[in-house]
Design a binder for this molecule. Structure first.
Ligand code: C5P
Length: 226
């Protein structure tokens, strides 16, 4: 029988949209030489897939089927959907908003469950999302809940989009983030919330390096060198 003791370690990073979870999780994974799961990308890929295939956003069963059958490949920094590079289109606000809408469907969450757990491979996994510490990897060794002021998050998302050549409007982004937070926190299934044993970090006034250093310090506390 496989026990948790034999499973590769997991660090989870949950938090609201644009709190910097992705950058933090990716950096920690690189520092530790571990794998990285960007679970939001799976919800975004499901959204993109239904947009591409004309599946109505209220057809929960068809959406879950589409998610179960996603033909996706994560290659370095690229994401391929049906062999097309969708790395940039995935980040569009329209896709994020639809992802947040369909993420309320229990059948979709169920369809993505095992796909997410399959990322848990040696030597370890850093997983970011909304329910990584509460639902997907409740036995994670270290759980981080990353928050930041919504105004700061809107500014960061705006900069990211502009740098990628995607047009954006700051006040629209702010409103969309507020809506997304509200929907993610108030849905009945797997709402955005810190696990009881999560460490909460407010990154509003921290640089990426400072945030990374805090997480690495928590990890070092759990793994003292003897
Ligand atoms: O993190 P990201 O903004 O890419 O996620 C897009 C949407 O997918 C979120 O707004 C959220 O509704 C949903 N999501 C989720 N559970 C996760 C990751 C993302 O419900 N673990």
């Amino acid at each position: 029988m496989i026990t948790n003791l034999q499973l590769p370690s997991v660090i989870t990073v949950d938090g609201p949209s644009a709190s910097g979870k992705g950058t933090l999780a990716d950096t920690i994974a690189q520092k530790l030489g571990w794998h990285w799961l960007d679970s939001g990308a799976l919800y975004r890929l499901s959204a993109l897939s239904i947009m591409n295939n004309g599946i109505p956003p209220d057809n929960e069963t068809k959406i879950a089927d589409a998610a179960r059958n996603l033909n996706v490949c994560f290659k370095n920094q690229q994401v391929l959907l049906d062999n097309d590079d969708v790395s940039d289109s995935l980040r569009q606000e329209e896709v994020g908003a639809l992802a947040s809408r369909i993420a309320t469907y229990p059948l979709l969450r169920e369809a993505l469950l095992e796909r997410q757990r399959a990322f848990r491979k040696a030597p370890g996994l850093v997983a970011d999302g909304r329910d990584m510490g509460t639902v997907i990897f409740p036995d994670a060794k270290l759980k981080i809940f990353l928050v930041a002021d919504v105004g700061k998050r809107a500014e960061r998302r705006y900069k990211q989009l502009i740098e990628k050549g995607i047009s954006a409007n700051l006040s629209v982004l702010l409103e969309e983030l507020r809506l997304r937070d509200e929907r993610d926190m108030n849905r009945s299934l797997a709402p955005l919330a810190p696990a009881p044993d999560a460490k909460i970090i407010d990154s509003s006034n921290l640089t990426v390096n400072e945030t990374v250093a805090r997480v690495m310090a928590y990890w070092a506390e759990l793994n003292p060198v003897t």
